[in-house]
Design a protein. Structure first.
Length: 143
């Protein structure tokens, strides 16, 4: 795999992933997206290991679900922000949880944003489009 990746989507729920990818595609933001289903695979990609060796493994933004198998979202976030090679990658948490403890812990771990997934598909699509437009077109990432 030699394609550059702009956005890393870490989402184990197939329906949510499909909605996210559709919203990005609708706004022409889905050309360089990698979707992985758990934190372990995400970290393998970000570290350029295994099948991801030789890829541009520093995306412009990571969209991260919290509740996942193997390595959950909080552990994935902590490991990203504790690694000097990848700690500056913006990580936006996408979760169905509105719990203050989840929100506060994610920011304490270094999240750059926390967005609650809407149950309304149109609202969810608009939210994802706004996130994509900001992080992929307006934001200036560190080099």
């Amino acid at each position: 795999m030699t394609q550059e990746i702009d956005l890393l989507l870490i989402e184990d729920n197939a329906s949510d992933a499909e909605l996210i990818l559709r919203a990005l595609k609708k706004n022409n933001l889905a050309n360089q997206v990698l979707h992985v289903k758990d934190g372990n695979e995400a970290l393998t990609f970000l570290m350029g290991q295994g099948k991801y060796e030789g890829t541009k493994n520093i995306p412009k933004v990571v969209l991260l679900d919290l509740k996942m198998p193997k390595v959950n979202g909080k552990e994935t976030l902590m490991r990203i922000k504790d690694n000097n090679k990848i700690k500056n990658i913006p990580v936006v948490v996408l979760s169905s949880s509105r719990e203050d403890s989840d929100i506060n812990e994610c920011y304490d771990l270094g999240a750059n944003g926390y967005v609650v997934k809407s149950v309304e598909s149109d609202e969810f699509e608009k939210t994802i489009s706004n996130i994509g437009l900001y992080w992929l077109t307006l934001n200036e990432p560190p080099q």
